[in-house]
Design a protein around this ligand. Structure first.
Ligand code: OGA
Ligand code: ZN
Ligand code: ZN
Length: 388
């Protein structure tokens, strides 16, 4: 008779995520260096003894406060002298007298070769007509659901809006700090985007900013950018965005040679002012080992001198132009005017952003911005999912 979830007695395994709702064990059979486990839902999986010894959750093997592993895998594992299933859980008696208890549901979630379930969504490319999720500032700050919806949309779509926020100085920092520490750059941990007298950056003028990613001249550009609108009374200054990954995929289809060149050829990016000279060399499109696009670096005003072998230069410019056209194609483009009290957040290493020129004599435009690490956004979403 399978045990119901209520009859199971879940064992603490030093995990904060839930394993009490996974099925319990019904049977164990020893087969040489493996145990064959069977669960109440009839699923089965072999577990090597060495894996089980390494994952013992007793206070000697896993620190009871930090939940981190103490067991050192230096010695050959002991043999198991006795194994039993009771109340849906597994007990292993090792030859040296050590005793390990494993929660059956916890083991089910960790069947060899399975992937962890994760609250962090997969990235989804923008379809034509993509319209970003909007979350009320009040819902974001009220509890779990608003912030969770906002983070889910940000990580899935690469862009999300917050609306109906207060017109308060530094609100962007307060919102960001709910998620993680602000990521500082040469422009500070928090920056003001408005037209300034002696600008050291195109963003601090009133000119149009073509679609770009911020700080590709850093080894690790900031992951997530937040731009909070405090004033937007000037004529022009509409925000524009494009899904860089979707545009890169389009390029891969339409101009495979251009895609190859941009993904295989590192170029130089560089920012200089009185106090800084920040330079990095990387391709415009970065791929992982499987060929998936994992990063776009496009910022035409901090692209440094092009230092390529002479026979590659013409082809590189042609490829860059092709990609530029894909990025600016209407089907990838999103344009809207940020209203005061609205904040846009986006994945700076995936989604390109820009703005139309504005007329500083027609009114004031003031955004406050900061950056966050993607790791902290994912972490926060997993923590919120525990409370769901
Ligand atoms: C920036 C930027 C966009 C805007 O500050 O990096 O691109 O709308 N600003 O002013
Ligand atoms: Zn142990
Ligand atoms: Zn920018």
């Amino acid at each position: 008779m399978p045990l119901t979830v209520e009859q199971r007695s879940p064992l603490p395994m030093g995990e904060l995520s839930d394993h009490t709702r996974a099925p319990g064990l019904s049977r164990v059979e020893a087969h040489g260096s493996r145990l064959l486990l069977t669960w109440d839902d009839d699923s089965q999986a072999p577990f090597p003894l060495i894996w089980l010894r390494d994952h013992c959750a007793c206070p000697e093997c896993r620190h009871p406060q930090t939940r981190e592993r103490l067991y050192l895998p230096q010695e050959a594992p002991d043999e198991a002298v006795e194994v039993e299933v009771e109340n849906g859980n597994l007990t292993v008696h090792w030859a040296n007298g050590h005793l390990s208890h494993f929660d059956g549901g916890w083991l089910h979630q960790r069947r060899p070769g399975s992937l962890p379930s994760d609250a962090v969504p997969k990235r989804q490319p923008w379809e034509e007509g993509f319209s970003p999720v909007r979350v009320d500032h009040g819902d974001f700050t009220a509890g779990v659901a608003g912030e969770r919806d906002w983070l889910t949309a940000l990580l899935r779509d690469g862009l999300v809006l917050l609306e109906k926020g207060p017109l308060a100085d530094e609100e962007v920092s307060r919102l960001a700090e709910r998620i993680g520490p602000l990521r500082p750059t040469n422009f500070g941990a928090r920056f003001d985007v408005r037209s300034k007298p002696n600008p050291n950056n195109a963003a601090y003028t009133a000119i149009a900013l073509a679609l770009h990613t911020d700080l590709p001249n850093w080894r690790q550009p900031p992951d997530i950018q937040l731009l909070y609108c405090l004033e937007n009374g000037a004529e022009g200054g509409e925000s524009i965005f494009a899904d860089g990954f979707a545009a890169a995929e389009c390029l891969r289809q339409s101009s495979p040679e251009a895609f190859r060149l941009l993904s295989e050829t590192p170029i130089d990016f560089r920012f200089q002012d009185e106090n800084h000279d920040l330079a990095w060399r990387a391709p415009v499109i970065a791929l992982d080992e499987a060929g998936n696009v994992i990063e776009v670096r496009l910022n035409n005003w901090i692209r440094d001198s092009l230092r390529l072998p002479v026979e590659t230069i013409d082809a590189w410019y042609a490829a860059y132009r092709h990609f530029w056209q894909r990025v600016h194609a209407p089907q990838h483009r999103l344009e809207f005017t940020l209203a005061p009290g609205e904040m846009v957040a986006f994945d700076n290493r995936r989604v390109l952003h820009g703005r139309n020129a504005f007329d500083p004599n027609s009114g004031r435009r003031h955004l406050q911005g900061t950056y966050l690490d993607l790791d902290m956004c994912e972490s926060r979403l997993r923590v919120l999912a525990r409370q769901a």
